[in-house]
Design a protein around this ligand. Structure first.
Ligand SMILES: *[C@@H]1O[C@H](CO)[C@@H](O)[C@H](O)[C@H]1NC(C)=O
Ligand SMILES: *[C@@H]1O[C@H](CO)[C@@H](O)[C@H](O)[C@H]1NC(C)=O
Ligand SMILES: *[C@@H]1O[C@H](CO)[C@@H](O)[C@H](O)[C@H]1NC(C)=O
Ligand SMILES: *[C@@H]1O[C@H](CO)[C@@H](O)[C@H](O)[C@H]1NC(C)=O
Ligand SMILES: *[C@@H]1O[C@H](CO)[C@@H](O)[C@H](O)[C@H]1NC(C)=O
Length: 297
């Protein structure tokens, strides 16, 4: 299957006037783990967001491609790229300024150029990523996870958030919809988040997303496919407060279970965590001129 797709991809020609890629996190097959620890060599921020004392070369794994295959947008005509697995363990406790966030377990990749006000959050941009589960490092669906989001530049809210697991404070644990991928809109101004799109988080296949933000008109739209299907629009352009700009986070942010009022510092987290999610096809394109890419060729 994967071989057949690679074969087809090698014959495909680049779409005319495709949107311009302005940040590319897709790693070549020979990309060494050690290069993730240096800002000069990693397309990701080498320091954030990790547990105190942790390094990306240890928290990021390169999964066996015979099992996961490359994701849709890793099939670039210039050569296949490889998936990455973002993992968490008991020591994945982020401690900004020495203040340990004991309520969370988190490891999240940030694009290295994405400082909160850079080109990835200007005009109209689309964040592409694919995600799939690792049967050997399953999530605990009794918890809420935030697995891709844009946090505003003042850290007060999210422009959008992709979640899975049981929503914090759910009366039913695990919730009926725990194993779904749920895209939520802006939480600016303390606004209750609206779910814009939801799909079962089926195991054994890639789930491909493209989330577009118009940073000028304050709108969102989204595309999705599973496996190697072409992306289809699943959220038509609608209002979404994007005035806070911000930084994209891709990885595992595991919330505690209640009770907790300060979720980052309180709540319950069991020990013995060995969890991860596999990502691929991470890039940002400038869509001010030319729509959105629905395939890599
Ligand atoms: C990768 O997975 C394949 C298929 O399950 C297996 O044959 C191979 O030994 C694995 N390679 C590594 C390095 O684990
Ligand atoms: C963020 O990046 C942009 C583009 O490179 C730059 O103009 C700006 O000064 C940077 N902001 C900060 C706070 O470093
Ligand atoms: C999943 O999380 C719940 C709530 O924290 C915990 O009680 C349970 O033991 C966890 N399950 C596993 C398999 O770790
Ligand atoms: C959880 O529920 C409690 C009690 O209803 C409430 O005070 C709190 O704000 C809720 N927390 C979240 C994050 O929804
Ligand atoms: C968007 O969010 C900002 C920051 O919270 C707020 O000042 C502004 O009023 C919001 N805009 C709209 C249209 O709700």
């Amino acid at each position: 299957m994967v071989q057949a797709i690679l074969f087809l991809a090698s014959f495909a020609t680049a779409a005319l006037a495709a949107p311009k890629v302005i940040w590319d996190g897709r790693l070549k097959l020979d990309f060494p783990a050690a290069d993730l620890d240096k800002s000069a060599t990693s397309p990701y921020n080498a320091e954030f967001v990790l547990g105190a004392g942790q390094k990306w070369s240890e928290q990021l794994l390169f999964p066996n491609m015979s099992v996961s295959g490359p994701s849709l947008f890793d099939l670039v005509p210039s050569g296949c790229r490889k998936p990455v697995e973002v993992t968490i363990n008991d020591k994945s406790i982020f401690a900004p300024g020495g203040n340990a966030q004991k309520g969370f377990r988190r490891s999240e990749l940030l694009p290295n150029t994405n400082n909160g006000t850079d080109a990835t959050v200007q005009g109209v941009t689309t964040f592409h990523f694919s995600v799939r589960e690792d049967v050997h490092r399953p999530l605990n669906y009794s918890h809420q996870y935030e697995i891709a989001f844009i946090e505003t530049n003042d850290f007060s809210s999210h422009v959008w958030t992709l979640k899975t697991g049981t929503s914090f404070n759910s009366s039913e644990v695990p919730a009926k919809d725990a194993k779904t991928l749920r895209l939520g809109g802006s939480t600016a101004g303390g606004k209750a988040e609206e779910v814009l799109f939801s799909v079962p988080f089926d195991g054994g296949c890639w789930h491909n997303f493209a989330i577009q933000t118009n940073w000028v008109d304050n709108t969102i739209s989204a595309w999705y496919s599973s496996g190697y299907g072409l992306l289809k629009e699943v959220v038509k352009t609608r209002a979404n407060n994007a005035t806070g700009k911000g930084q994209a986070h891709i990885g595992v942010l595991k919330l505690p279970t209640p009770p907790a009022t300060d979720l980052s510092h309180e709540g319950y987290q069991p020990s013995g965590i060995k969890e991860g999610l596999i990502y691929g096809g991470l890039f940002v394109e400038d869509c001010s001129q030319n729509g959105v890419s629905i395939s890599p060729w």
